[in-house]
Every structure is written in C-alpha cells, then in structure tokens.
Ligand binder design. Sequence first.
Ligand code: SF4
Length: 427
Amino acid sequence: MSSFTGQRLGRLIAERTGQPGLGHDAEVVGRVLPFKVSAHVVDELVDWDRAPDDPLYRLVMPHRDMLAPADFAAVEAALRDGDRVRLRLVVDGLRERLTPHPGGQLHLNVPEDGRGLRHRYPETLLVFPRQGQTCHGYCAYCFRWPQFTGDTERRQAVDGPGAADAYLAGHPEVTDVLLTGGDPLVLRAELLDTYVAPLLARPHVRTVRMVTKAVSFAPERFLTAPDADDLLRLFERIVASGRHLALMLQVSHPRELHPEPARRALRRLRATGAVLRTQAPVVRHVNDDADVWARMWQEQVELGLVPYYMFVERDTGPRRYFGLPLARALAIHADAARRVSGLARTARGPVMSTELGKLVLDGVAHLPGGPAFALRALQARDPALVGTLAHARFDPAARWWDDLLPYGPRDRVLVPGKPLTLEGVVG
Ligand code: SF4
C-alpha cells in the first residue's frame, strides 16, 4: 500500500497538475501539517484536471491557504535559507498556535495510568493502539493531526492491549469500546486480534467500534492485503460472539465510494455482519453543499450504510481553510435532509465535539428576543445532561460553541471561560 508524503508528494502534485507552484506550496505547508496520500487516492479519486479545485484534491492535498500568509512566508523563508534551526522554531511555534489538542483531549477523561485511553462517557472507552496512530492516508482537516507529526509529546497511545484490559477490569459500566487512532485497521489482523480478544472475554463489553477511512483511501485492505481474509474472519468472530461490531467509516464526499474496489470492500465488510455507519465533518472546499450531502446519504443507504454524523470542523489545524460558520453548517444539514427520504435522514448534525460532550445544532428558533440557535446535548460527560436543551443568540459568524453567547440568563451553557455546565434548559 504505497503512499506519498513530504517532497515526494510535492513532486507528484507538480507533475500531475503541471503547476510547479502547487508542488512548492505543498512542500511548505507540509512542513507544518502532516499529509499522506495513498496510491488509490492518487489514481482513483483525485481529478487532476480540476486541481486544485477538485473536492477530492482539497480533501487530501496541502494548500497554501491552510496557513496564514505571514506564517506561510516564515516557513518558506526558513526553507529557502536552509536554516534548519529557525525552521524547527517556526514550525514548532506554528503547531502550538494551531490548537493541537482541541476539547482538552490530552487531559480530560484520561485515566491516571496514562495516555492512550480516554474514558469519554460513562459507557464508552476509547483505546488508541500505538501501532494504529496513522492512517492509510490523511484527511487534510484531521483533528488528530498531532498524532501524525512524529511528536511523541503530543501522541496518545497505548503500547498493547494490557492497559485497556486492566482498565476494563475495574470499570464494568463500560459497554462500548472504541478502537481509534489514526485508523486501527492499519494494524495487521493478528495484532488487532490481540486488542479485540480481551474485549470479547469481558461480558460487559457489548459493542466494539472501529473508526476507519480504509474503504475510501485503501480498499485493498479488505481485498488483496495478505491478511485481508484474516481481518474479515476477526470481524465475523466479534459478531458471532453476540457483540455489535460498528465500523465507523469516514466518508466526506460521494465520489469516495464510487470506485469498484471500494464497492467490493463494502460488500465484503457487510457480509461479516458488521454494521457500517458513516460520518464526516462539513468543510469548505470539499462538501459545503447540500446537494453533495443529499447524494452522499442517498447513495450510502443504497449501499447498505447508515449515515450517522455530520460534524462541525473542530477548532484545530487548518480550520481557517476548512471551517464554516455554524449557521452555514446548519443550513447545509437542513437543506440536505429535506432532499432525501427518512431512511437517508439519519445523520445527526451539525454536531460539535466539545469538552462537554457532543452538542448538536437543532435549528434556529424565532423567540421574542430575537433569533436563537437551539442546541441539544447528544452526549455528555455527565449523563444527566444528555438531551438537555439550550438557546444561544443567533450569530451568523460564530464557528464554534465558545463563540456563542447565552440567549437568556438560564442558558448558561455557552459562556466561554465559565464552568462547563449545561443548565440552560428551555422549558
Ligand atoms: S481518517 Fe480520521 S484520523 Fe485518519 S486522517 Fe482522516 S480524520 Fe484523521
């Protein structure tokens, strides 16, 4: 499964587009943010004739607008001068300013015994296998980008299955275990099995979830990889044990599932008994269009997949490039939902994954004091808050929950810098 990174990716872009400037820009931006593009994406997904405006190009390739002009110039100058020390300082400083760990993910819900586990909600444990802290290719908007920059300080990972198993022994309330990264399906089937087998030995673990982009970026993982069949047998074993196996497929654009290898991979995965759900953020340049989402949801339903989440781009990495105002994300979700039948209208969103939990924007309410965003807690660290409603003042420019102001004195949820409580129940 070959892939392109660094200068090799810059050369590929210059060659395939015939625009050396794009290759140069890619090399500059690629010093700050991680990029990795699989051969399948290069050959089957990107429409090179439409680069750089092709949505699949935008999904995976570096672009100079991902950095502020002054930051781009600083990195470019350090590269041009061959000043490695200055380059290191500039890059480190920039990465720090790009909010490498939004939502407090490095310290909130992390058990005392170290990084690599997150007890996100009472019933849900996230496990980050060390060997899975990469993906077959990277989405350029990835909110987990620090996992890929080679910076072990910023990396969350467990060295083996023992940490999760020990934690589960003391936490019978955990019913859902999420293997994540990165992409746990970069692990060889044999190694993945070492993480899965202890879960199946714990009766209280009822659901095993795996988040993956492999169908879109490397469908050969399920077709011709030496352990493809072993991986499918492992999935069958999880299902045969009576557990729910949820494969959470990251799919940002309908074209990702058009190539025949992706279709074949989906057929094989469905045959294991796994339930395939889809999720992605709504992002500028790629899928900020209701028609794209409506087509994507409808086609996914036809393929036997369940549209699950439309996320809001998180406050990290190249958000200046991909981010959208909340009002725009809401309009796209509502408009797309209106264009499909109820069966394809299952994706909850737009959803913000915050320190508090998952907040969904339900719509705009026209209240006596003016328009207000209606928010609901889909998930919360405190289970008592699940389902709680709140109103925030409508702000067409707001991009994240902490940009919002409470609508009334009881809507205290949205005050930046205040304790994270969701007490603004609207009666
Ligand atoms: S699949 Fe997920 S973890 Fe991997 S690059 Fe894309 S968003 Fe990041």
